[in-house]
Design a protein around this ligand. Structure first.
Ligand code: NAD
Length: 419
């Protein structure tokens, strides 16, 4: 159907002195909501008809056909309507879907998520009844599933958040990381290429660079990942690069820094510490706690992905850093202060092997596209802590079963033998 739209909309067009005429065949309904009428609003409709499977629209437009703000531009935007968001039930992916559904009424967000321990449909509750949203449970490493969804939903762009994403788990059991973060990315790329998907955005991480004692990483710096997680993310990213260079796929990559906010699975340090402290339980701080992380608020991360998808140049990589560096121990103290809990809850435990000391990113390239993060870490942290305080329904049911088994494996011995 995508080919039909393209060939028809390009075939039947004429440019006159004062207006352009374009005929469009669309798989969307004409009607209210996210239909043809909505998208074509800036142009005027001359004639239209609705069939069982498609709408036909003849557009008379005062805009020129050509480049810039012309008919082609409007159609191009319209043509990029169906976005497949893989890993969209996770922490950052779900924020992206929630925010973009509100911001971009002319786009549909189709989520494909395996619902691993980290995927949670509660994260998508706020949009579950939106006509712009659809959910499929499935694995990005399963070609048939990916192929069927791209076909059925006429997917125009893929934004890949899906990953096994927790460093500690990658040290305990790396297999799933290689399968999803490398092979899964390959399956998405290969299917996108074969089916003519127009854009592919890969959500990557600052961890691909490794640690930096001072200064900031730039996009051209070498990748020196130190954990199985970071290495598998680097592998996925290099495949994205290869698909751009070899096959001309329009790809973009963002490398985000440590992200925080509501709906983050409580194995990651920030929600872990907030939820443990709420229950007056000890907070296991790795080593001396002097590791530095650059904190990025989740909505800022989602905005950067959206910007890179829509405005990023093909084949480019963009660093996305919050420019808010803090020592882990200071963030821990701040959490305790915000909750009114004593610092005696802090326990220094044996460090994680290969623990990167500091991450820092130079984000001037994405800033030049028009992105900037909110510079108020303390205020955003306070809001986030409040969210976990007032949304116990969300995290209490997670912190049972599989989560408890993992927690014991990771911290049990360490908390028993505090350093
Ligand atoms: N959290 C951070 O601080 C951070 C920072 C930079 C980059 N990133 C990257 O952002 C992305 C999202 O991170 P997050 O923190 O939201 O992770 P998350 O663990 O909360 O979410 C990952 C989602 O992917 C899904 N998933 C896992 N394997 C899958 C598979 N094979 N097929 C389909 N779905 C699968 C999970 O069910 C889950 O919903 C990841 O790619 C991660 O590498 C995260």
């Amino acid at each position: 159907m995508r080919d039909t739209i393209l060939s028809l909309s390009l075939k039947a067009k004429r440019e006159r002195k004062t207006h352009s005429v374009v005929v469009v065949l669309s798989p969307l309904p004409l009607g209210e909501g996210p239909g043809v009428r909505d998208t074509i609003r800036p142009l005027s409709l001359m004639a239209r008809g609705e069939r069982k499977t498609h709408s036909v629209v003849v557009v008379l437009s005062p805009l020129p056909l050509g480049e810039g703000p012309g008919v082609r531009d409007v159609l191009e935007r319209w043509d990029m309507k169906n976005i497949l968001v893989t890993g969209g039930a996770g922490f950052i992916g779900s924020a992206y879907v929630r925010n973009m559904i509100a911001r971009r009424p002319d786009e549909r967000y189709i989520v494909l998520d395996k619902l691993t321990y980290a995927g949670n449909l509660d994260n998508l509750k706020p949009v579950q009844n939106s006509p712009q949203y659809r959910f499929y449970q499935g694995d990005i490493a399963d070609r048939e599933t990916v192929h069927a969804i791209i076909e059925q939903e006429s997917i125009d762009a893929i934004v890949n958040f899906a990953a096994d994403s927790h460093v500690d788990r990658s040290i305990l059991e790396p297999d799933a990381f290689i399968r999803t973060d490398v092979f899964g990315v390959y399956v998405l790329l290969e299917t996108a290429r074969a089916m003519g998907v127009k854009r592919f955005h890969q959500v990557s991480t600052d961890e691909v660079y490794g640690s930096i004692p001072e200064g900031k990483f730039r996009e051209g710096d070498p990748l020196e990942p130190n954990s199985p997680y970071a290495a598998s993310k680097a592998g996925g990213e290099l495949l994205v690069r290869a698909y751009h260079v070899t096959y001309g796929l329009h790809t973009t990559v963002t490398r985000g820094s440590n992200t925080f906010g509501p709906y983050q699975y409580p194995e990651k340090v920030l929600p872990l510490f907030v939820t443990e402290a709420i229950d007056d339980r000890p907070l296991p701080v790795y080593g001396d706690g002097m590791q530095v992380r650059d904190w990025l608020y989740v909505d800022d991360h989602a905005d950067a992905v959206d910007l890179a998808l829509h405005k990023g140049a093909p084949g480019e990589v963009y660093n996305v850093g919050g420019d808010q560096e803090r020592h882990n121990i200071d963030v821990t103290r701040l959490i305790l202060q915000l909750l009114g809990k004593p610092e005696t809850l802090i326990r220094h435990v044996e460090d994680r092997p290969g623990h990167d000391r500091r991450y820092a990113l130079d984000s001037s390239k994405i800033r030049a596209l028009g992105w900037s993060p909110a510079q108020d870490f303390e205020a955003r942290l306070a809001e986030t802590v409040r969210w976990y305080q007032t949304n116990e329904w969300w995290w209490r049911k997670i912190k049972t079963g599989e989560y408890m088994q993992y927690f014991k494996k990771q911290y049990g011995a360490r908390l028993g033998a505090e350093s």
